[in-house]
Write a protein that binds this ligand. Structure first.
Ligand code: CP
Ligand code: NVA
Length: 298
């Protein structure tokens, strides 16, 4: 089974993974380790940089009694010295899981098609399901439940937003997505969310989105790989910055890394409202829950 986006899980499976993550977190004392993934290895493919994804997966494997192998863009032949499918088939003969952070979502799909072990998406240009697992864990901790919780997404409607839209639809969060024109979620993601009976509202007005929200969530305007679009995007996203005024007393979420002075002011992210460090920590617990759950599947 592969996790290329959150809806590779059913809603019941998603909740089971979150429950598993919460239980693992509750047991996570100082120096706490287990042997749930004893002798198992995670291969971690990175075409883009990472702080949280790399360290949380690697640390998580260690804490579960296993091991992770970091495979950066200059370490392996992925896509330049050999076809993606060849890397997939070879790695699948060595490791028990593959985590892949690649630009093109089709490359993650090709890895999943050809590897004989579970492939977990660690961020593509289209999706970031592991982030959504941590986000949902964080929201559930904050509000005890998903029912009657409304979230305003303010910013770009790309990878992190798209997986969050689907995850929110699966658990019944009320979501409004505010993006500049031309930066909304794809029709495919809207359709998949609608399939769970819970398509988000969309708007180009950040203040209207935030007005009825319990939580505000943002992401960078210039994603990895979009550096050449920087000037255009900074101009297009004017008015979408999260400030203390816009935020009010609502919790503030951000997948990180944050670009202070762009999508969020320093004052907003440093305020007591920010739950971004809980989110970052929950990457560790959510992914441990996912890895353990995957290891138990046939
Ligand atoms: N949120 C997230 O995926 O962070 P990294 O890019 O540091 O892994
Ligand atoms: N949208 C951002 C998320 C980083 C975790 C990017 O793709 O760079």
């Amino acid at each position: 089974m592969d996790i290329l986006d959150v809806d590779d899980l059913t809603t019941d499976e998603l909740v089971t993974v979150l429950d598993r993550a919460a239980a693992i977190k509750a047991d996570h004392g100082e120096g706490s380790t287990s042997d749930l993934l004893d002798q198992q290895t995670l291969g971690m493919i990175f075409e883009k940089p990472s702080t949280r994804t790399r360290v949380s997966f690697e640390t998580g494997m260690t804490q579960l009694g296993g091991h992770a192998v970091f495979l950066g863009p200059d370490d392996i032949h992925l896509g330049h010295g050999e076809p993606v499918k060849d890397t997939a088939r070879a790695l699948g003969r060595y490791v028990d899981f593959i985590m892949a952070r690649v630009f093109d979502h089709a490359d993650a799909e090709e890895l999943a098609e050809y590897a004989d072990v579970p492939v977990i998406n660690g961020l593509t240009d289209d999706a970031h399901p592991c982030q959504t697992l941590a986000d949902l864990l964080t929201i559930r901790e904050q509000f005890c439940d998903f029912e009657d919780v409304s979230v305003a997404w303010v910013g770009d409607g790309n990878n992190v937003c798209q997986s969050f839209v689907i995850g929110a639809a699966m658990v019944g969060l009320d979501l409004t997505v505010a993006t500049p024109e031309g930066y909304g979620i794809s029709d495919d993601v809207a359709d998949r969310a609608a399939g769970f009976g819970n398509e988000p509202e969309t708007t180009h007005d950040p203040e209207a989105a935030v007005a009825g929200a319990d939580v505000v969530y943002s992401d960078v305007w210039v994603s990895m790989g979009q550096e050449d679009k920087r000037d255009q995007k900074l101009a297009d996203f004017e008015g979408f910055q999260i400030t203390p005024d816009l935020l009010g007393d609502r919790p503030f979420m951000h997948c990180l890394p944050a670009h202070r002075g762009e999508e969020v002011t320093d004052a907003a992210i440093e305020s007591e409202n920010a739950v971004v460090w809980n989110q970052a920590e929950n990457r560790l617990h959510a992914q441990k829950g996912l890895l353990v759950w995957l290891s138990e599947q046939a």
